[in-house]
Design a protein around this ligand. Structure first.
Ligand code: HEC
Length: 150
């Protein structure tokens, strides 16, 4: 009896360890999915502007998608979700060695994403185009410092 209960205990421990080990990979996959969605939204709005006949509805929807992540992006990189997690990630170690820099990049993005939404919601396409340019600069700024090239 004692042996069996010990075995069950060991089994339960094994399951708990496995669940913990899976978490960083899940965090990485979830953030990559959201980042891809954000990339698509930016491309959708960018293409609309470039078409020469921008569609305010498309731009508004894209801005809403990106602004939905404004305060989330900064939380997608907990410790342990870098290269050490053992799954493919372009996240650089500098995210964790320069936390102040990363937090600032996330805060700049957050403010710019909200600015883009406000401008897009106003229907002023010139203002929305300008705000989107500023937002794109924050994507690029963070990628240059904290993301490996594919
Ligand atoms: C504060 C930093 C930061 C900001 C701001 C940021 N990104 Fe990223 N982005 C990253 C990092 C780090 C990765 C790599 C994530 C990984 O592979 O785990 C990434 C990855 C991506 C990817 C690739 C996802 C994949 O796995 O295929 C896309 C697309 C992307 N970002 C788009 C954007 C767009 C568009 C913006 C701006 C609207 C933006 N990002 C703003 C840090 C940032």
């Amino acid at each position: 009896m004692r042996k069996i209960s010990m075995m069950i205990g060991a089994l339960a421990l094994g399951v708990a360890v496995a669940a913990q080990a899976a978490a960083p990979a899940q965090t990485i996959e979830a953030r990559q999915k959201s980042l891809k969605e954000m990339g698509k939204a930016m491309k959708g709005a960018g293409d609309s502007f470039k078409s020469g006949n921008p569609d305010a509805a498309v731009i508004k929807a894209s801005a809403a998608t990106v602004a939905g992540y404004a305060d989330k992006l900064g939380t997608w990189f907990p410790k342990g979700t870098g290269a050490e997690a053992g799954v493919k990630t372009a996240a650089k170690a500098e995210i964790w060695s320069d936390q102040a820099g990363f937090k600032k990049a996330a805060a700049d993005f957050s403010a710019a994403a909200k600015g883009f939404k406000t401008a897009a919601d106003s229907g002023d396409l010139a203002a929305a185009g300008k705000a989107m340019g500023a937002l794109g600069g924050t994507c690029k700024g963070c990628h240059e410092k904290f993301k490996n090239k594919d």
